[in-house]
Structure formats: C-alpha cells, structure tokens
Design a binder for this molecule. Structure first.
Ligand code: ZN
Length: 159
C-alpha cells in the first residue's frame, strides 16, 4: 500500500465499498416457566429476513437472569425430559440457595441454571440463512418458577 500513500482515493481505483449494517428486532416469547423449552428458530429467521442483511452474524440475547438461550434438536425426549433432568442435577429445585434467603423468593435454582446456560448465542448468517444443522434449533429455556413473557433481542450485523 506504500505506493498509494499520497494519491487521492479516486485514482487508486482498488477500493470496494461495503456497507455494514446493524439491525435489531425484539421477539416476545411466552413460556410456562419451570424449565420450559421453546423453539424460537422461526422468529429469529424472520428477524434476519426483515433485516435485509444476507451475510454477517445474528446475536440472540435473552433479557433477564432466569432464562437462557442455546441450540438443541427440538424433539420431545430432549425438550420435555432430558434437558430438565440435567439441570436438576446441576442446580436442584429444592436445593438451598443464599439468593432465596436474601430476597425471600423461590428461584435460586433458576438464576444458577440461567448463568450456567448463558443468556446469548451468536450464529453466522451466510446468503441470508443461519448456518444451523438440520437437527439444530434455537431454544429459549425458561427456568423461572412461573409463566413469563420473555424479551429476546435479535441483533443482526453484516452486509
Ligand atoms: Zn430471584
């Protein structure tokens, strides 16, 4: 690039221009709580389609500290039994939690589980499609002890 140092951009003629865009859509997700696993793949796909961005990444972020986001094969065994059973081992519902002593609520296990799972997921978007596997869906897992309406931010960055 040294030989181009003092030349006006118009004379160089080798630069191509890309417009990086940032688009955001909020998704509302109804849950039943208590380790409810909800497939949000369709809503995230819609957010990407509406963004007009065809190459980049989408970040899917749950707002709140008692639910999380990941991927799974969305089939009844995993969704209704196996995921809940695993989290019951990690942070049992009837365990003892300092959080509950502090706030006099009943969801210490929900906060711990959400921290372990994590609040967000980043997925590459190529040619307008997420690079998910055929048997890989995006799920929100709600660990709270009551039904909730969750807000999930889909932020698409790319061109
Ligand atoms: Zn709490």
């Amino acid at each position: 690039m040294e030989k181009y140092r003092n030349q006006p951009v118009a004379q160089i003629g080798i630069l191509s221009y890309h417009t990086c865009m940032v688009k955001m859509k909020k998704i509302k997700v109804q849950t039943r709580g208590d380790c409810d696993v909800v497939d949000i793949t369709g809503q995230v796909s819609e957010a990407i389609a509406k963004s007009g961005i065809s190459n980049g990444t989408v970040t899917v972020f749950n707002v709140g500290s008692t639910a999380g986001v990941t991927t799974t094969e969305y089939e009844p065994g995993l969704v209704n039994y196996d995921i809940a059973a695993a989290f019951e081992k990690i942070a049992p519902r009837n365990g003892s939690y300092e959080h509950e002593k502090t706030w006099h609520d009943d969801n210490g296990h929900a906060h711990v589980r959400a921290s372990v799972l994590g609040p967000s997921l980043t997925i590459p978007v190529i040619d307008g499609q997420m690079t998910l596997g055929t048997w890989q869906q995006i799920i929100l897992v709600d660990f709270d002890t009551r039904p909730r309406t969750r807000t999930v931010i889909c932020q698409v960055i790319g061109e």
